[in-house]
Design a binder for this molecule. Structure first.
Ligand SMILES: *[C@@H]1O[C@H](CO)[C@@H](O)[C@H](O)[C@H]1NC(C)=O
Ligand SMILES: *[C@@H]1O[C@H](CO)[C@@H](O)[C@H](O)[C@H]1NC(C)=O
Ligand SMILES: *[C@@H]1O[C@H](CO)[C@@H](O)[C@H](O)[C@H]1NC(C)=O
Ligand SMILES: *[C@@H]1O[C@H](CO)[C@@H](O)[C@H](O)[C@H]1NC(C)=O
Ligand SMILES: *[C@@H]1O[C@H](CO)[C@@H](O)[C@H](O)[C@H]1NC(C)=O
Ligand SMILES: *[C@@H]1O[C@H](CO)[C@@H](O)[C@H](O)[C@H]1NC(C)=O
Ligand SMILES: *[C@@H]1O[C@H](CO)[C@@H](O)[C@H](O)[C@H]1NC(C)=O
Ligand SMILES: *[C@@H]1O[C@H](CO)[C@@H](O)[C@H](O)[C@H]1NC(C)=O
Ligand SMILES: *[C@@H]1O[C@H](CO)[C@@H](O)[C@H](O)[C@H]1NC(C)=O
Ligand SMILES: *[C@@H]1O[C@H](CO)[C@@H](O)[C@H](O)[C@H]1NC(C)=O
Ligand SMILES: *[C@@H]1O[C@H](CO)[C@@H](O)[C@H](O)[C@H]1NC(C)=O
Ligand SMILES: *[C@@H]1O[C@H](CO)[C@@H](O)[C@H](O)[C@H]1NC(C)=O
Length: 520
């Protein structure tokens, strides 16, 4: 019975009309009563002021109705409305509901079982609340469900097997809870339309079932921060739609005999964007086939693994990379010249990995780079002056390689974005600190300890007025300490010990640091 029929005043017999109107009022009042029951259990801090009797409930904040008589609530969408309290079972009476979004509130207590009555529900988002106790198997009976978001709550226990019966599910997120158990081996045959599957952080264990490779629509698989073990299925590359594979902090393995096949198979994923293998006991040599992954790859992280071998010479093939982390690994060998082809690189972390040899001058071609960290390696030889082309670099740390030598290229001091810190400490750098060091007017920390720098400390250093930390200890500086350092009002750590300096300076707030300014 649509609006049109009523407004045109079709000639229904009067008694029948009255009966229909009463039914309409009773049913729609049912939705209003359910909404009021929902509201009665939550604190809203004023965000539900529009939920008052002077207005039709269909116009209340977050409520969307289906047109017609009676009007029925099809959507209740109140994300980030500062709701507190419990989730009333009355929402189960909104039987026309298609979408229930109460994410990013402060709801606590358990998820009531009543939503099982919601036969039309497609989208249930309760993520980012403080919901406890376990996930009810009854949610598994809502066959219309496409999006189920339960992440960032205090849910515990196992995932009910019934959830794997939701064969229309496209997006499923239960990360940041305290769930445990394993993924059923046949998952790949049960959720054929799955696009986004987020299971971490939680306490899931067991292997990653190879049947996952059958979820042909899967775009994101996030298993971060769990206890998954064993090998990554070698068939994963059958996920032709895969964009993001997050495996951080599990117990996943690989060695020279087995376990790396999945990298080769991922060559088939032409839309791959993120491959995150961090913090797993992956070992053995990094497979050379990694250079054949799609050029759509933006983010490759291999940090905190036991991966050995060298960076493949053709790493430059991965032209889409924005973030490359080869950090705290067992890798060795040189930084390939081809790295200079990664023109989109923003963040390059190559530290705490036994890299050796020269820093290739081609690194200077990475003009988008904002952070370059290559400390705790065995790099040697000069710092290429081409690094002076890195106009966006705000952080440079080449410290503790011990064998970087020659003088510091003057171009380094002229990097216009260098602001966070410049750390070249514990190397074999020689020559003077040039007057151009004074152009680093945005730099917060300058660390050159443990080198063989000579000559006077240039008085221009007093122009580096935002410096908070200046460490020049363990060098061969001589002459007197420039009085201009007194201009640096925020300087709170100054270490000039173990040089051949003379004189004193007074740094206003720094009486306490006098010992570190002592001079021989
Ligand atoms: C929900 O529906 C049940 C069964 O129809 C009814 O007993 C109950 O009073 C309703 N609750 C609310 C709050 O509407
Ligand atoms: C009731 O809600 C309407 C909007 O639906 C609003 O304009 C009005 O101010 C509200 N009344 C009170 C008392 O909050
Ligand atoms: C939820 O978990 C957090 C962190 O473990 C804890 O601080 C908080 O008290 C828990 N809340 C409830 C309602 O259990
Ligand atoms: C899943 O659905 C099938 C068929 O409807 C049913 O037989 C089975 O009991 C369900 N499994 C669970 C765990 O609910
Ligand atoms: C993937 O699905 C096919 C049928 O579509 C099935 O034969 C195969 O066993 C499944 N693979 C896995 C690993 O479950
Ligand atoms: C990759 O795709 C090719 C061509 O479609 C296919 O022959 C090959 O088996 C696929 N490899 C994997 C690992 O899925
Ligand atoms: C990368 O792909 C090319 C072309 O398919 C192939 O010739 C080469 O052997 C592959 N490299 C590795 C290391 O697998
Ligand atoms: C380096 O990685 C190992 C795992 O391979 C980890 O146990 C260790 O804590 C990491 N070290 C640092 C300093 O992060
Ligand atoms: C990259 O850097 C190298 C060495 O600095 C230089 O010879 C080469 O011309 C650069 N290539 C491009 C494309 O800028
Ligand atoms: C600088 O280091 C390179 C590479 O280790 C070495 O060949 C060269 O002799 C060193 N130069 C000086 C002056 O020590
Ligand atoms: C280099 O100096 C910065 C700034 O003080 C510091 O945060 C960083 O830890 C240092 N690097 C190393 C490897 O110690
Ligand atoms: C200053 O440098 C010396 C020499 O490297 C070192 O022993 C001392 O601990 C440093 N002082 C501070 C406060 O860091």
């Amino acid at each position: 019975m649509g609006n049109k029929t009523w407004s045109q005043g079709m000639s229904l017999p009067l008694p029948l009309l009255a009966v229909l109107m009463v039914i309409a009022v009773v049913v729609s009042a049912g939705d209003e009563v359910a909404l009021l029951a929902f509201r009665a259990k939550v604190g809203d801090g004023g965000s539900l002021a529009s939920w008052n009797s002077s207005a039709d409930f269909c116009s209340w904040e977050g409520v969307t109705c289906r047109h017609g008589r009676p009007a029925r609530v099809v959507e209740l969408s109140l994300p980030a409305m500062a709701l507190t309290g419990a989730l009333s079972p009355a929402v189960g009476n909104l039987t026309f509901l298609q979408k229930l979004d109460l994410s990013s509130n402060g709801l606590h207590g358990e998820i009531p079982g009543s939503p099982r009555h919601l036969r039309h529900l497609q989208h249930l988002d309760l993520s980012d609340n403080q919901l406890v106790g376990s996930i009810s198997p009854e949610l598994g009976s809502i066959q219309s469900m496409q999006i189920l978001g339960l992440s960032s709550n205090n849910l515990s226990g196992m995932l009910p097997l019934a959830l794997y019966n939701l064969s229309s599910l496209k997006i499923f997120g239960v990360g940041s809870n305290m769930l445990y158990g394993s993924i059923p081996a046949d998952i790949g045959n049960k959720l054929p339309t799955m696009q986004v599957l987020v299971l971490g952080p939680n306490q899931f264990t067991g292997t990653i079932p190879s049947s996952l490779s059958n979820l042909s629509d899967l775009m994101m698989l996030s298993l971060n921060y769990n206890g998954f073990s064993g090998y990554v299925p070698p068939t994963l590359g059958r996920l032709g739609a895969l964009q993001d594979l997050y495996l951080t902090e599990n117990r996943l393995e690989a060695n020279d005999e087995e376990g790396w096949e999945f990298i080769t198979s991922l060559e088939n994923c032409s839309q791959l964007r993120r491959l995150i293998l961090s913090s797993n006991p992956f070992g053995g040599q990094l497979p050379g086939s990694i250079v054949n992954l799609s050029t759509t790859l933006q983010n490759l992280r291999l940090d905190d693994t036991k991966i050995s071998g060298s960076i493949p010479a053709d790493i430059g093939n991965l032209a889409g990379l924005e973030v490359l982390l080869i950090v705290n690994t067992s890798m060795s060998g040189v930084i390939p010249e081809s790295i200079g082809k990664l023109k989109n690189l923003i963040d390059l972390g190559l530290y705490s990995s036994g890299l050796r040899g020269l820093i290739p001058p081609s690194v200077g071609n990475l003009t988008m780079l904002t952070r370059l960290l290559a400390y705790y390696n065995n790099l040697e030889g000069p710092i290429p002056e081409s690094l002076g082309k890195l106009k966006n670099l705000f952080l440079l740390d080449l410290s503790t390689n011990y064998q970087l030598n020659g003088s510091i290229p003057v171009e380094i001091f002229q990097l216009p974005s260098l602001s966070w810190y410049l750390n070249l400490s514990y190397n074999s750098l020689s020559g003077p600190l040039p007057p151009e060091a004074g152009t680093m007017t945005n730099l917060n920390e300058l660390i050159l300890s443990g080198n063989q720098l000579t000559g006077q400390i240039p008085s221009s250093l007093g122009n580096c007025i935002v410096l908070q930390k200046l460490l020049l200890d363990k060098n061969l500086f001589e002459g007197s300490i420039p009085q201009s350092l007194e201009n640096i009002k925020g300087l709170n750590i100054l270490n000039l010990t173990m040089n051949n300096l003379s004189g004193t300076i007074s740094l206003t707030p720094l009486a306490a640091f006098e010992p570190y300014t002592n001079c021989t």
